[in-house]
Design a protein around this ligand. Structure first.
Ligand code: MRU
Length: 349
């Protein structure tokens, strides 16, 4: 991986930034594996370091993976690395979030189209354009999401449940599902944010709680398995989650543990809302069964609390929620509800 540096203490910590020191361009990442204990940045000077950072989840979350992929191509081009090889390495670093492949493709296409001496500049311009588009998409999703919430659960004073991490740490802007929660909080309508721990890598406990605490939200952390009793107690007005890949039929891959929440929400008549940019929709993947779900090392489960030596673990990083359990998918181009292939295709214009 790259070298760690202490982040600049200016109160603002972007999840990722491009820098051009005299020694050559670098991609600087906020190392999410070290949060919330330490805010340190990871400096990637080459594609191998970036691939390692993606695999270890130092940089993670679908929209941010798209940006990392695009800037990774810009880095490869600027440093004279074989861009086609870089594209292959980066796009395969993690298989489920389609944004990664999309970001890589955007920058590679820009690089290929430009005259040779302008290829690196073109790849960087493509990465920067994607970054700006992602920030704009985030703003639009937040607006649509807030409005939808008011329609589905009128009255305000919301108690919202979320899973994994979907805020500014995973986006060029304020994020997806957590971006909506931030807006609700700003308008004084967030009664409580229920934060699932998100085993085994604890993106909820480490990252969503970190973002919620920084924003001064009223939030409560729970073990994933405690969600059922929250629903039974009538303590959840809506579930808001992000997505890593949405298939053409609306099936949604998101962090493992999302599907059980959708089942619970349906049973308890609570809206289950997915918030994701159209860059997460993959019309080339027909249905949920066609989504490749990343399988991660069993040690992420067995090492959490020491298990007997030799214990085997089942550790899919994501699960797939079928469209019939999703009340609405909020994109930057509008809300898809009910979730059908036709309505989803219509927002992916
Ligand atoms: O394995 P991760 O941490 O990259 O998984 C991230 C998620 O599942 C998020 O919920 C998803 O990418 C949506 S991010 C806006």
């Amino acid at each position: 991986m790259g070298d760690h540096i202490t982040r600049p203490d200016n109160g603002f910590t972007p999840a990722l930034r491009w820098e051009e020191p005299p020694e050559g361009p670098v991609l600087v990442l906020l190392d999410q594996t070290r949060l919330p204990q330490e805010e340190v940045e990871l400096v990637c000077t080459d594609v191998q370091a970036l691939v390692a950072a993606i695999r270890s989840l130092a940089v993670r979350g679908a929209p941010l993976l798209g940006l990392a992929g695009a800037y990774g191509i810009a880095l490869a081009a600027a440093r004279g690395y074989d861009v086609e090889e870089a594209a292959d390495l980066l796009a395969r670093a993690r298989p489920t979030a389609v944004n990664l492949e999309y970001g890589v493709r955007r920058a590679v296409e820009a690089y290929r189209k430009a005259p040779a001496e302008q290829g690196a500049a073109a790849a960087l311009a493509a990465a920067r354009a994607l970054h700006a588009e992602d920030a704009a998409a985030s703003r639009a999703m937040v607006e649509h999401g807030e409005r939808l919430l008011a329609e589905l659960a009128p009255g305000g004073g919301y108690r919202l449940l979320t899973h994994c991490n979907t805020g500014a740490l995973v986006s060029g802007g304020e994020g997806t599902a957590l971006g909506v929660v931030q807006a609700v909080h700003r308008s004084g309508e967030l009664r409580r944010l229920w934060v699932d721990e998100t085993r085994p890598l604890l993106q909820g406990a480490r990252l969503t709680a970190y973002e919620a605490a920084r924003a001064g939200m009223p939030y409560t952390l729970l073990a994933d398995s405690a969600a059922g009793s929250l629903f039974t107690a009538g303590e959840v007005d809506a579930v808001l989650v992000g997505a890593d890949r949405i298939a053409a039929d609306g099936s949604t891959a998101n962090k493992v543990g999302t599907y059980p929440l959708a089942v619970l929400a349906r049973y308890h008549h609570v809206p289950f809302i997915v918030v994701a940019p159209t860059t997460t929709v993959d019309l080339g993947t027909p249905d949920g069964a066609s989504i490749e779900v990343e399988q991660r090392a069993g040690s992420e489960v067995t090492d959490f609390a020491p298990s007997p030596l030799g214990t085997q673990a089942y550790n899919p990083a994501f699960d797939v929620t079928p469209p019939e359990l999703i009340t609405a998918i909020v994109t930057e181009n509008g809300v898809v509800s009910p979730v059908t292939a036709e309505r989803l295709a219509a927002v992916c214009r």
